[in-house]
Design a protein. Structure first.
Length: 391
């Protein structure tokens, strides 16, 4: 057997040198890595910032829409009294409507919306005025200061009234609570009438009858809501304007508007304008000091001296300087709402230099870092305007 010498094997092995990165290559790699990291970080920051702004905007829009929807859903029912129509608006009446001051149905003065209930305070005239005036509006400086604390300056207050749309005992309707304030309308048309009065608006003694003049008619809870803007949300000084509502209810044996509760944060501007029904279809002015005069007396069409349910002229804003009159509020058939929603958090690098037109008034520029958006709607008061419509 032949063998290969060790020296021959050793000579056949070639040496290969092993080497790492040079300093320049290492520096280039580090720079490239840093550039990639910077790009990824920048992308992450931009995406995070965009998501944050998107969330702010979404909340702003959602709050504004929700505020308008909530106000609109309540306003639609204003002036609903379970089918009762005040005599001055009842086109079947042939007598002359008279003032509530002398036992009639025409509102004689603007009722204090914040008056706590008592038999003495809520006399017949006051209750009649409540039924005849379903909507009231004020600027922030002129209403219910003890009841509505911390009202945001330069905003409005909206008061609306109606009977509950459901009857106690129905599904999802509050049960009848002893001592609460209820409205009951008589539907009995017997001659002579079984019921001595057309309605009862009180805390007890609801004994009027339904159409069969035997069954006791349904009672409906009295609803009175006051909406306004508070200058903070949870803690005084937090700077988040908030839509508030004070509800009339029974608490601790007292019937009154209760402490307002927060509804929607970020509502910074609130304007209320009222559409007044001042003229009939013929162009004649509304006149409750006379019986209804008909353009066509035979067919009883087109009242000459009553409203037609439509808004006449520009919408009116009630202020301390120019308050609305009882006559104007009696003929409100539509309400125009303006809501200015503000983001809950500022946007860095943004300055709000816009002017926001809320009907007859304007707000801004605020020159801060909060984004804002206006929402508006016009609500027709069907329970008032509808009963005035004629061929």
């Amino acid at each position: 057997m032949s063998t290969i010498p060790f020296s021959a094997l050793r000579g056949s092995c070639s040496h290969q040198s092993l080497r790492g990165f040079t300093l320049i290559e290492l520096m280039v790699s580090m720079v490239v890595g840093l550039l990639v990291l910077l790009a990824v970080t920048t992308l992450f920051v931009n995406v995070n910032r965009n998501n944050s702004e998107f969330n702010k905007t979404s909340i702003l829009i959602e709050n504004g829409r929700f505020a308008v929807q909530l106000l609109e859903s309540d306003l639609i029912h204003a002036g609903f009294w379970g089918g009762h129509i005040p005599d001055f608006d009842n086109l079947t009446e042939t007598t002359v409507p008279t003032s509530a001051a002398v036992g009639g149905s025409v509102p004689s003065y603007i009722p204090d919306p914040c008056l706590a209930y008592s038999v003495a305070n809520w006399d017949t005239e006051y209750r009649t005025n409540l039924l005849g005036i379903a909507v009231q509006a004020y600027d922030a400086a002129s209403v219910c200061s003890p009841l509505l604390p911390d009202i945001l300056a330069n905003t409005d207050v909206l008061v609306l009234r109606h009977a509950n749309t459901c009857v106690p005992g129905e599904t999802n309707c509050e049960a009848n609570i002893a001592g609460n304030l209820y409205f009951q309308k008589s539907n009995c048309n017997d001659d002579p009438p079984t019921d001595a009065s057309p309605y009862i608006f009180n805390t007890a003694g609801h004994t009027l009858h339904d159409r069969d003049c035997t069954t006791v008619a349904a009672v409906r809870k009295f609803i009175s809501n006051i909406y306004y803007i508070r200058d903070y949300a949870a803690t005084s000084g937090d700077g988040i304007p908030t839509l508030m509502r004070a509800e009339f209810d029974l608490t601790g044996g007292t019937l009154a508007h209760q402490t307002a509760v927060p509804l929607i944060e970020g509502i910074e501007g609130f304007r209320v304008e009222l559409g007044i029904d001042s003229f009939s279809k013929t162009g004649a002015g509304v006149n409750y000091a006379a019986a209804i005069a008909w353009l066509d007396e035979t067919n009883k069409t087109t009242p000459i001296n009553r409203g037609d349910g439509a808004t006449d002229g520009a919408f009116v804003r009630c202020t301390t300087a120019t308050p609305c009159t009882a006559a104007q509020l009696t003929d409100v058939v539509a309400v125009k709402l303006y809501v200015l929603a503000r983001a809950l958090a500022p946007t860095q690098g943004y300055t709000d230099t816009k002017t926001y037109n809320l009907g007859s008034t304007a707000l801004g520029p605020f020159n801060d870092q909060f984004k804002r958006h206006i929402f508006s709607t016009t609500v027709r008061l069907h329970n008032i305007s509808g009963r005035r419509e004629t061929p």
